[in-house]
Ligand binder design. Structure first.
Ligand SMILES: [Zn+2]
Length: 255
């Protein structure tokens, strides 16, 4: 019987039988896994708290035929603050849904695990503004998943220019003036992009998540990054995120 020890964050769960749960866990060492937490819905279960969404624990697991089984879980961080505020809770829900969408079972990605762990941490402490965390997390997650936006060469002609007026979400990067004037007029996925927005993209990609609040990003640039990133994610992950729609609804109602 193979025993594994790993840190993990609960992405989601479904109930099983009377008192059990099947957890989807993003682990540090074993990638995304499905694990049965036996008896975890009983009020006195030692796995009760470790089986909740977002909770970060140290797990001892063994691998069965179809699932892992949890033999022990020690909670390290519940990110309790996320549950006290609907807006933060909604961001966290989208962040785990996104991590679930880009991860495959059994394929380890320590970078993705660390990104999610740190992002949930900063979301719960409020040290970094939520909107900024939102952009940085999405961009870094896309990079880890093999979709780093190309910001230094035209994605159409591969030319190295000083200035790029547009960003083509489908081709995954900036396009030069020549190409944008000839081909993108009819391309609904090409967005106008300012030099400041290109710089903001680079800053968010190249800066550790704990330090993304060290540079002021003004509202116009912020909105441009947000708009482009949304299209970029929608096209490359080819998925509708209900949690993002819910989050947008909450943000609108707070305005
Ligand atoms: Zn070009």
């Amino acid at each position: 019987m193979a025993i594994a020890k790993t840190q993990g964050i609960i992405l989601k769960y479904s109930n099983l039988g009377e008192a059990d749960k099947i957890l989807t866990i993003l682990t540090r060492n074993n990638g995304k896994i499905k694990a049965i937490a036996k008896g975890s819905r009983k009020p006195k279960s030692s796995l009760l708290s470790a089986s909740e969404v977002f909770v970060f624990s140290e797990f001892v697991l063994y691998r069965g035929t179809n699932f892992y089984h949890i033999t022990q879980a020690t909670v390290r961080e519940t990110f309790y603050n996320l549950r006290k505020d609907l807006l933060r809770l909604s961001y966290a829900t989208y962040f785990v849904e996104l991590a679930d969408a880009v991860s495959e079972e059994g394929i380890p990605s320590e970078r993705l695990f660390m990104l999610l762990a740190k992002t949930l941490y900063y979301l719960s402490t409020g040290e970094i503004p939520t909107g900024l965390l939102h952009l940085a997390y999405q961009l870094k997650l896309m990079e880890i998943s093999g979709f780093r936006p190309n910001l230094s060469r035209c994605v159409s002609c591969r030319g190295d220019k000083d200035f790029y007026p547009k960003f083509d979400a489908e081709l995954g990067g900036v396009i030069c003036r020549d190409c944008s004037e000839t081909s993108s007029l009819f391309n609904p996925n090409a967005f106008k992009i300012s030099q400041g927005t290109v710089e903001a993209f680079k800053f968010l990609l190249n800066t550790e998540i704990s330090r993304v609040n060290t540079k002021k990003i003004d509202n116009t640039i912020f909105n441009e990054v947000d708009k482009i990133l949304r299209a970029f994610i929608r096209i490359h992950l080819d998925k509708r995120f209900r949690s993002l729609e819910f989050l947008d609804g909450i943000k609108d109602s707070e305005l």
